[in-house]
Design a protein around this ligand. Sequence first.
Ligand SMILES: C[S@@+](CC[C@H](N)C(=O)[O-])C[C@H]1O[C@@H](n2cnc3c(N)ncnc32)[C@H](O)[C@@H]1O
Length: 257
Amino acid sequence: MLICISVHLHICTSAHQHINMGHKKLIRFAEIETFPNVLQYPEGKKGRWQEHFGNDRPLTLELACGKGEYTLGLARMHPDRNFMGVDLKGNRIWAGAKKALLEGLSNVAFLRILIDGIEHFFAPREVSEIWITFPDPQLRLGKAKKRLTHPRFLRRYQNILKPGGKIHLKTDSPNLYQFTQKVCALYGCPVLEQSDNVYAQPEVKPELAIKTYYESLDIAGVNRVHYICFTLPEQLPGAELDARLQQELMQDEQPAS
Ligand SMILES: C[S@@+](CC[C@H](N)C(=O)[O-])C[C@H]1O[C@@H](n2cnc3c(N)ncnc32)[C@H](O)[C@@H]1O
């Protein structure tokens, strides 16, 4: 009987928590509709972000921003630049956008879109810099094309980045780090900086010391943060090279005989 009551209570509590979570998300979704710093699949913004910010300062994107710790951290460090967090999930964006409003950070915005369609929202050369912070590493080989540093994505970034614009990746995943190094080598992307253990360096740059929610989770379980900063060549090799990349990845996965 006691067991029965306990099981019933557990089911009720989880169901209640579930409903609460769903309710919270709905409230957040409704709230971001009213936030002036959140744009959801906006029409007609491509090439016109300077109007949105009211100035012509350089624009940095944080892709896969989640709650936007980098967007906020960098915006506080560089009030003379504009920053935009990009993510699909409205309830995560809500957290960063709300903080930015409370802090009065006028150089911050959030864009709720699928990164796969990023070129529809920015004109050529409209973006000065890109940060990619703890993205899903998409470990399965069949999902390599979804990694945010796969050449399929780099080609999209090239269509919106200023020539020489830096791309920064911070990740806890050694696989994604090594994958990105391989992509840089194969596609001729100059690497400006790299480290497989950011916090082991004698001096950690303030920009690299910003911590994100997923960083604190250490999902990869390696207790190391990896960082690579690179630029894109004038002309990225075409899709024909992607098959070779996939082949090399398959070979890397095969156990040595
Ligand atoms: C692992 S979380 C990292 C969030 C945050 N940067 C952090 O470190 O806490 C990855 C984020 O990427 C977003 N994401 C993944 N693929 C995406 C895509 N193709 N377009 C938009 N957002 C995407 C997810 O919604 C999720 O919030």
